[in-house]
Design a protein around this ligand. Structure first.
Ligand code: DIR
Ligand code: MN
Ligand code: MN
Ligand code: MN
Length: 301
């Protein structure tokens, strides 16, 4: 199955600058070559920044750059991925998921599942956000929260919160905790991962996707990873996924054969140390697309 790498250099979702460089850094670190070497046909595309006022100039009330964010969401949702291609959206901050997930959910009639790899639950609404950074809101938006009316364009399709697994949570604001329970999002926070390992919740989730014959979008926020191995992200939180936990997730995703789309969010190359975080992300994507130490029987179907 051919892969399309799509640059989405959005940084309007937060105040700190640098995510605009994410796609260039990932390309510099060899994202396309790694996939080509694994035998995939790779094409490239980019979604261009909408013409709006510079970031921060349209701060309205307590929200940072809501107009630029809305324009990005519209531009991403308007982009049609070529039929048959597996898209990898190269961010950009996590606001991009507000565009990408509805676009993926509207791509087929199969039920849409989302694996959310993040320290944060990103389920704020414009009413509950305390930071005003709209990268903290995509999950509420693409599950159909009504509070986005008049702020963001209506989503092309929404996702059933019960078909989302959040893995790696360790920074959830009080309003978000209530929203997660209310919506019925499936979660495995870092404590659960410490107690039982990262594989069991993921295995259960993948079985569900398989049984439902669903599409699976993976959203990888760089701060899912522990800051000691991935410092190049604006909102680091201690106690994240280790190197092996992260690779195991990717290896299990590969063996499942279920992933239909992917985004990489929040990489801030301005904060990186000689490309260290960027290279780790490229290695993780290689694992997701089949790089393995030893071959083992896959568990498909
Ligand atoms: C925080 C940070 N919950 C906020 N969110 C981040 O600004 O609402 N998500 N960094 O990945
Ligand atoms: Mn996030
Ligand atoms: Mn779908
Ligand atoms: Mn995060």
């Amino acid at each position: 199955r051919p892969i399309q790498l799509i640059d989405v250099p959005v940084q309007s979702g937060a105040r700190r600058r640098g995510c605009v460089m994410g796609p260039d850094a990932l390309r510099t670190a060899g994202m396309a070559e790694v996939l080509t070497d694994l035998g995939y046909g790779v094409s490239t595309a980019s979604i261009n920044p909408p013409a709006t006022s510079p970031d921060g100039a349209d701060t309205s009330g307590d929200l940072h750059a809501p107009e630029a964010c809305a324009a990005w969401i519209a531009a991403i949702q308007a982009y049609d991925v070529p039929a048959g291609a597996l898209p990898i959206f190269l961010g950009g901050d996590h606001l991009l998921a507000a565009g990408v997930v509805p676009a993926m959910a509207s791509r087929s009639d199969r039920p849409q599942f989302v694996l959310w790899l993040d320290a944060h639950s990103d389920i704020h609404t414009p009413a509950t956000t305390t930071s005003g950074n709209l990268h903290g809101t995509p999950v509420a938006y693409f599950t159909g929260a009504p509070e986005f009316e008049g702020v963001f364009p209506p989503p092309r399709a929404t996702v059933d919160p019960g078909k989302i697994l959040m893995l790696g949570l360790r920074s959830v604001d009080p309003d978000e905790k209530a929203a997660l329970v209310r919506a019925g999002v499936v979660t495995a926070d870092m404590r659960t991962i410490d107690e039982h390992g990262i594989a069991p919740p993921l295995r259960r989730f993948l079985d569900e996707v398989r049984v439902a014959n669903g599409d699976l979008h993976v959203s990888l926020d760089v701060d899912f990873l522990d800051p000691s191995i991935a410092p190049a992200v604006g909102t680091t939180v201690p106690g994240g996924a280790t190197f092996r936990e992260a690779h195991l997730v990717m290896e299990m995703l590969h063996d499942s054969g279920l992933v239909t789309s992917l985004d990489i969010a929040e990489l801030n190359p301005f904060l990186d140390e000689r490309g260290r975080t960027t290279s780790l992300i490229v290695d993780l994507i290689a694992s997701l697309f089949g790089k393995a130490v030893l071959d083992r029987p896959t568990r498909r179907g």
